[in-house]
Design a protein around this ligand. Structure first.
Ligand code: GCB
Length: 590
C-alpha cells in the first residue's frame, strides 16, 4: 500500500490535532449509531497519540473496549471531480471509519494502515464529519493475543502476554488526500546490484487504475534521469549505480506517471543475501549493532512523534549503532522513510508477540500455546494478514533488510512447527528478496526448538546474568558462550536480538549489583566480549534502546528499565560504554 505523498497531481491533508473523543465503557456507541451526529458528551483528544496517558482516571487509562473519535474537515472545493481517499495510518488494535453517515472502512491490526475511497460520499467545498471507532481488545483471535475477563464488580480486564503497555488510540496520522480519477494504486520495486560492474536492475510493478499511459523515470539525487521505461511493469537498467548502504544511503527517485497522476518513490539500490553464516549487503559482509526499540514515550505513549524520532536517530548515530529491530510491531512509515535517508538497517517485525502462554510472569505455568482455544486458526489467519500488510507496506524500503515474523513464540511446543511453516512459505512468496527470521525465546534452546531450520537467520533473545544466572556474571558468561556454541553448529548467521539488564537511572554499585547502571554496563560488556568469539554472530541488538512503559507488575518499577537511554532519552552509563565499544566501522565477522 502506497504512503500518501504530495506530487504535481496529489494533495494530502493530515488531520492531526484535537478530535472530539468519548470512551464507550457500556459499548453503547455502535447500537446508538454515534457516527450519525456530533458526538455527545465529548471531550477533546490529541491525534496522533495514545489516549491512555492523557487522562487522569485509572479506569479510563485501563479502559477495555471502544473509544470514539470525531472531527469535521472541509473538503477543498478544488477536489470536486477528483478521487478522494480517507486513510488511517494506525488504529490500535481495530478501527472502523465513517465518512458522514457511511461506514467506509473496517480494519483489524493495530500497526498497519487502511484507507477508503470516499469520492461518492463527499463534495468538494463541503464539510465532512469523520468518525472513528477504535477498539483495544486483544483476544485469542487477534495478533498479539490476549484474554478479557470480568472482575467481581463487573469491570472488564485485559490480560496480555507481552511486556509492553497496551497503548491504544489513533497512533499515527489520519489523512484526506486526492488523486486524479486515473491513478497509480500501488507500486513494488526490487533491486539487483553487481558490485563488480556496478550495474544495477530495478524491477518495478505498478498497479494502475483508469485510462492513460504509464511511464516511469528513475532519477538520481540531482534529478537527472538515469533510466526510464513505459508500461506498468518493467526492468530498468542503471550503469554505474551508486548503491544504498549505511554511510552512503544514496536514494534514487522513481517517478511513475499514469494518465495525469504522478507518484514518486525513493528507491535505494541494494542487495541482501545470506551465504553460509554470513549476512551480505551488496555482496559485503555486514555486522549489525544496535537495539530492539519501542515506539514509546511519555504522554504520547505509542503515538508517532517526529520529535522523538529525530532524537532517537540522533542517539543511534551518537552511540555508533547501524541498525534496529522494530520490536514488537511495524513502526510508523515515517520511521522507515527516515531510516532509508539516514542509512539505518532495519529488521521489520510483525506484531506477533506473546505467542507463549506459559512464559514468565505473564503466562501460566504449563499452558499450551498453539491449538484450538488458544493460538489457533483464527490467530494464524490474523497473523498471516498482519504479515501481508507489513510486507505490502514496507517492501520498497531499502533500509528493511529482513522480516521478523514473531517475537518469542513457544517454539519448543511441537505444534509450533505446523503453525509457522505456512507463514514462512507465505513470506517467501510475498518477498523472495529478504531473509526471514523470528526472535527465539530462552525456553526453546537448540535442543528444544522446533522451527529455526525453517528460517534464514538465527535470532536469539537471551538474558544470561538477568533472568538466568541472576546477579552472577561469571556463570552468565559461561552459559551464554555454551549456548551460542550450540547455535553456531547450524551454519547460519546468528543475531543476538535481545540481551540486557534493567538499570534504574542514578543507581550505582561497586562491585556492580543488579538494577544499578554499573551492572547493566558490566553485563553488556561481558556479552559483547562473548559475541566476539563467534564469527557466526553477525549482529548484536541490546534490549532496549530506551526505558518503556509496561503493564503494572512487581518487577516493573514504573516500567521496563532495560533501556540504555532513559525514557526521556538521556544516556545511562551503558550508553557511554557502548559508544566506546561501537566506535569505528563495525568489524566484519570472521
Ligand atoms: C523479552 C521480550 C521483551 C521484554 C524483555 C524483558 O524477551 O522479547 O519484549 O521486554 O524480554 O525485558 O523481559
Amino acid at each position: 500500500m502506497l504512503a500518501p505523498r504530495e506530487s504535481r497531481s496529489r494533495e494530502c491533508r493530515r488531520l492531526d490535532g484535537l478530535w472530539r473523543f468519548r470512551f464507550d465503557p457500556g459499548a453503547e456507541g455502535t447500537a446508538g449509531r454515534w457516527w450519525q451526529a456530533p458526538l455527545r458528551d465529548a471531550r477533546e483528544m490529541a491525534v496522533p497519540a495514545s489516549y491512555n496517558d492523557l487522562v487522569t482516571d485509572a479506569a479510563e487509562r485501563e479502559h477495555v473496549g471502544d473509544v470514539w473519535y470525531q472531527r469535521n474537515v472541509w473538503v477543498p472545493a478544488a477536489w470536486e471531480g477528483r478521487r478522494i481517499v480517507l486513510r488511517c495510518d494506525a488504529a490500535t488494535h481495530r478501527g472502523t471509519i465513517w465518512a458522514g453517515a457511511a461506514e467506509v472502512a473496517d480494519h483489524a491490526g493495530g500497526y498497519t494502515p487502511f484507507e477508503a475511497d470516499i469520492t461518492d460520499h463527499v463534495r468538494g467545498g463541503e464539510p465532512l464529519r469523520v468518525t472513528a471507532r477504535v477498539g483495544n481488545e486483544l483476544t485469542m483471535a487477534t495478533i498479539p493475543p490476549g484474554v478479557i475477563s470480568r472482575t467481581a464488580d463487573g469491570r472488564r480486564k485485559q490480560r496480555y502476554f507481552h511486556d509492553f503497555f497496551n497503548y491504544a488510540g489513533l497512533h499515527r496520522p489520519v489523512w484526506l488526500y486526492s488523486t486524479p480519477r486515473s491513478y497509480v494504486a500501488d507500486l513494488s520495486v526490487s533491486t539487483a546490484f553487481d558490485p563488480q560492474t556496478a550495474a544495477a536492475h530495478v524491477t518495478y510493478q505498478a498497479d494502475v487504475v483508469g485510462a492513460g499511459a504509464t511511464t516511469v523515470r528513475l532519477r538520481d539525487a540531482a534529478g537527472a534521469v538515469v533510466s526510464g521505461g513505459a508500461g506498468p511493469t518493467g526492468v530498468l537498467t542503471v550503469h554505474g549505480a551508486r548503491p544504498w548502504r549505511p554511510g552512503d544511503p544514496h536514494l534514487y527517485r522513481l517517478d511513475v506517471r499514469h494518465g495525469d497522476d504522478e507518484y514518486s518513490l525513493p528507491v535505494g539500490i541494494r542487495t541482501v543475501q545470506v551465504v553460509g553464516a554470513r549476512l551480505l549487503l551488496n555482496g559485503q559482509p555486514v555486522r549489525l549493532r544496535g537495539f530492539g526499540m519501542h515506539e514509546d514515550s511519555a504522554l504520547h505513549g505509542r503515538g508517532h512523534d517526529d520529535a522523538r524520532m529525530v532524537r532517537d536517530f540522533a542517539l543511534l548515530k551518537w552511540i555508533g549503532a547501524n541498525s534496529f529491530r522494530t520490536s514488537h510491531y511495524p513502526y510508523a512509515e515515517e520511521v522507515l522513510d527516515y531510516a532509508d535517508r539516514q542509512g539505518l538497517l532495519v529488521i521489520d517485525e510483525a506484531p506477533a508477540v506473546g505467542l507463549h502462554l506459559s512464559l514468565g510472569h505473564m503466562g501460566d505455568p504449563g499452558a499450551r500455546t498453539f491449538g484450538p482455544g488458544a493460538v489457533g486458526e483464527p490467530a494464524a489467519a490474523a497473523h498471516l494478514a498482519a504479515i501481508r500488510e507489513l510486507i505490502s507496506r514496507d517492501r520498497n524500503h531499502p533500509s528493511v533488510i529482513a522480516w521478523s515474523i514473531a517475537n518469542e513464540p513457544d517454539t519448543a511446543e511441537p505444534a509450533s512447527r505446523g503453525y509457522f511453516a505456512p507463514l514462512v512459505s507465505a513470506v517467501r512468496e510475498l518477498d523472495p528478496t529478504r531473509p526471514v527470521c523470528f526472535a527465539n525465546v530462552a525456553t526453546a534452546p537448540p535442543d528444544a526448538d522446533r522451527v529455526t531450520d525453517l528460517f534464514d537467520l538465527i535470532c536469539v533473545n537471551r538474558y544470561y546474568g538477568w533472568y538466568t544466572g541472576t546477579g552472577d556474571l561469571e556463570a552468565a558468561e559461561q552459559d551464554l558462550a555454551a549456548e551460542l556454541r550450540a547455535w553456531a553448529q547450524r551454519g547460519k548467521p546468528i543475531l543476538v536480538t535481545e540481551f540486557g539488564a534493567d538499570a534504574l537511572p542514578g543507581v550505582h554499585a561497586l562491585p556492580p549489583t543488579m538494577w544499578s547502571e554499573d551492572y547493566q554496563a558490566a553485563l553488556l560488556e561481558m556479552s559483547l566480549r562473548v559475541f566476539r568469539r563467534f564469527p557466526e554472530i553477525v549482529g548484536e541488538h541490546v534490549w532496549n534502546f530506551a526505558d518503556f512503559a509496561t503493564a503494572q507488575a512487581v518487577h516493573r518499577p514504573g516500567g521496563n528499565h532495560k533501556g540504555v537511554f532513559t525514557r526521556d532519552r538521556q544516556p545511562k552509563a551503558a550508553a557511554w560504554l557502548l559508544r566506546k565499544l561501537w566506535s569505528g566501522p563495525p568489524e566484519p565477522p570472521g
